[in-house]
Design a protein around this ligand. Structure first.
Ligand SMILES: [Zn+2]
Length: 370
């Protein structure tokens, strides 16, 4: 059997260290990466900012640094019965299966394999910054912690690459999110006399349908990102079959484009509730849509190194946080399949892993020798 390439070996080993942010934590992956970098002569620092959750940082070469970033956490494995392959890293027909294969241990493996192949002794002016972070699949506390507490690391960093799964395309724009928890209230009564109560579930149901209709009329449109969307992802209400429910809570995920804001999305929802005469509380958690300036140097760098096309994604990545908090232009580019993320039988193509490593090598070599 032929020997695994460096990137394949790294990807397999990373996949085999479970690292959901709320269960195992990312510390195991951080320790693995730290050991690997040390074996390549690169020192790194690990910040365990809360128990089990860690960020890893390595500053290599000159001070004008290009950031390469990846999140070390994954979503949970979920229902094991749905997995035919990949409960442990498994190679089959040129595809590597396992949780995190695409999102995004494959991306991290490509960064590490690229870095280990480069001689940084001449990178006097331009260097690279590696940031491997925690909790991207949760509440983004990893990147936020670094940006808030280790600001000096980012002082002279203007550009970055986040190796999320993009099918080897250059992601230059992404939608924002407006997540809303909406609480409906009613009045309990015996089910046999519903006219004496006031059903909170019924109110929520009417509202959900009306919201779907409202979404058909979203008019703000972005050239790359298209229009906003809405999805009611969760509903919880009532206490028993024979009781008119006095409370119901729904979670709405509204994706927004440039020209919309989370607050505007919340105002739309509140306006609709008012119009329907429904009293409900709306709690908002949001982040803006994000687009790189079309002249940003990072797009040019990525195009040259990969020959790939640019696109806008309907999902959110931490590129928005790095721009907002540190003014870093991040392109998102990685070997993973965007479609395979968060699914059972998650996989990544070995070909993509190897090609992505080459792309990152070209980018880093060009950057460090300029
Ligand atoms: Zn991801």
């Amino acid at each position: 059997m032929p020997k695994d390439s460096t990137v394949l070996k790294l990807a397999k080993e990373l996949i085999d260290i479970p690292s959901t942010s709320d269960k195992e934590g990312e510390k195991g992956v951080a320790d693995y990466i730290s050991d690997y970098l040390r074996s390549c002569g690169i020192e790194s620092r690990t910040f365990e900012y809360r128990k089990g959750s860690a960020n890893l940082v390595a500053e290599i070469g000159g001070k004008d640094r290009l950031m390469l970033n990846g999140h070390m956490d994954t979503v949970p494995v979920g229902d094991k019965k749905l997995w035919e392959h990949g409960l442990k890293a498994e190679l089959l027909n040129g595809e590597l299966y396992g949780r995190g294969a695409s999102d995004m241990k494959g991306g991290i493996a490509s960064i590490l394999a690229a870095v280990s192949d480069i001689d940084f002794s001449k990178a006097a002016n331009h260097g690279i910054l590696l940031t491997f972070v925690a909790d991207e699949e949760g509440k983004f506390t990893g990147s936020n912690w670094l940006l808030d507490n280790k600001k000096d690391i980012f002082n002279r960093v203007k550009y970055g690459i986040i190796a999320e799964p993009t099918d080897m395309r250059i992601q230059v724009a992404q939608k924002g999110i407006a997540c809303m928890k909406i609480s409906f209230h009613g009045k309990a009564a015996h089910s046999s006399a519903p006219q004496l109560g006031d059903s909170a579930i019924l109110k929520a149901a009417r509202f959900i349908t009306a919201l779907e209709e409202l979404a058909k009329g979203f008019t703000v449109e972005d050239k790359i990102l298209g229009r906003g969307t809405v999805n009611t992802g969760k509903i919880k209400g009532g206490t028993a079959t024979n009781v008119v429910p006095d409370s119901c809570i729904i979670n709405v995920d509204r994706r927004i484009v440039i020209g919309e804001t989370p607050e505007l999305a919340a105002d739309q929802v509140k306006g609709l509730l008012r119009k329907m005469g429904i009293n409900a509380e709306v709690k908002l958690y949001g982040a803006s849509a994000f687009k790189l300036d079309k002249d940003s140097k990072i797009i040019e760098i990525m195009k040259r190194a990969s020959g790939s096309k640019t696109y806008g994604a309907p999902w959110y990545t931490e590129a928005e946080i790095y721009k907002r908090k540190a003014n870093i232009d991040c392109a998102v580019f990685g070997p993973g399949y965007s479609e395979a993320a968060h699914q059972a039988n998650e996989r990544v193509s070995v070909n993509n892993l190897e090609q992505c490593t080459e792309v990152f090598k070209r980018v880093i070599t060009e950057w460090c020798s300029s």
